[in-house]
Design a protein around this ligand. Structure first.
Ligand code: GLY
Length: 347
């Protein structure tokens, strides 16, 4: 069992990587999951929980359900079950489940504890660690939410044995994101390894979580370096919004967003064309579909201003500065950004 510690302002917490540990809680527990994951893994989780009472809330599956209505459903179950301030919520699922459970736990009676048990690769390497919680609305992705760190994260690679190939690929995109922005050696390792083998996969999860834990520990509330985890996301969030959160998995949109960011980085001289091609090749190696056609570039551009990183009417872009480094800039000239978007409107 590997244990990685995240240092947050209020408390430090462990991320366990290995076979699911027993969860012992004095008080009530509310498990939040979706029908698919509950069908596959709820029994195993129940066998590993010791608590006074255990309740279950099953929410619909999909990013398009990460909304106020589903949040209301979770809170309704929490109130009906008479959860109190010593109760615990447990997120059993992917990024949607961990984001919305984290948010529900943050606002229920002004905040109770939650534990994340991520079952997708994307949630294991990124979403479940770091305490970003929230929901989407029609203005955009994750625009309503709070920072609320989990009490613990339990990553069991066994859950990935039932993960559909498409979800797996989406998670790999976030792993590649970590490598491009923070660790060149990790990128080179990814170029040469095969993530379909369990050992390599567990190593990739561990390396990603270590990067994430370090970044979050040094910048919990995203005042600086944590924004680096948003490489590709400024573009991806617009893609997801334009397609009603239903066409792409988050990681798939991030992969396309990374290529858009790369085009901007190349245009601004931060990244060579060769490095950009290497990143695209690695995404393709894992079967990510990188096609997208922007319909209306002005509309796409305008949506950047709803990004949470954008302040005082300035768009903040996270761009790779070579492989293994990043730059966060508010000074990308509009005409250069528009040229990149135009290229993507002609695909
Ligand atoms: N997923 C990006 C972050 O946690 O900051």
């Amino acid at each position: 069992m590997e244990e990685i510690i995240v240092y947050a302002s209020q408390a430090k917490y462990p991320v366990f990587i290995g076979s699911l540990q027993k969860i012992i809680h004095q008080g009530k527990v509310l498990i939040i999951s979706n029908p698919k994951i509950a069908g596959l893994h709820l029994d195993r989780l129940l066998q590993n929980i010791s608590a006074d009472e255990v309740y279950i809330s099953i929410i619909p599956d999909g990013e398009c359900y990460k909304n106020f209505e589903t949040l209301g459903q979770i809170l309704e179950t929490a109130f009906n079950s008479r959860l109190d301030r010593k109760s615990l919520m447990i997120a059993l699922g992917g990024g949607v489940v961990s984001d919305i459970t984290g948010f529900a736990s943050a606002i229920y009676q002004r905040g109770i504890d939650f534990i994340a048990i991520p079952t997708t690769l994307l949630a294991q390497v990124d979403a479940s660690v770091g305490g970003k919680t929230g929901i989407n609305n029609h203005f955009g992705k994750n625009l309503v939410g709070v920072f609320h760190q989990p009490k613990a994260v339990h990553i069991d690679p066994f859950f990935l044995s039932t993960l559909p190939e498409r979800e797996f690929r989406a998670g790999v995109a976030e792993i590649i994101k970590m490598a491009v922005c923070f660790e060149r050696d990790f990128f080179l390792w990814l170029q040469n390894c095969d993530l379909s083998t369990p050992d390599s996969l567990q190593t990739a999860i561990s390396k990603s979580v270590r990067i994430k834990a370090k970044v979050v520990s040094s910048d919990e509330k995203e005042q600086g370096v944590r924004a680096g985890l948003n490489y590709g996301h400024t573009f991806a969030h617009v893609i997801e919004n334009e397609t009603n959160y239903s066409l792409f998995l988050h990681g798939e949109a991030v992969a396309i967003g990374m290529l858009m960011a790369n085009d901007l980085a190349v245009a601004l001289g931060y990244l060579s064309f060769e490095e950009s091609s290497e990143i695209a090749a690695l995404l393709k190696k894992y079967g990510l579909d990188l096609d997208y056609k922007i319909q209306d570039i002005q509309m796409f551009y305008d949506k950047f201003f709803l990004d949470k990183k954008s302040c005082f009417q300035k768009i903040k872009f996270v761009l790779p500065a070579g492989i293994g480094n990043l730059i966060i800039t508010e000074n990308a000239p509009k005409e250069v950004v528009m040229r990149v978007l135009e290229k993507w409107s002609k695909k």
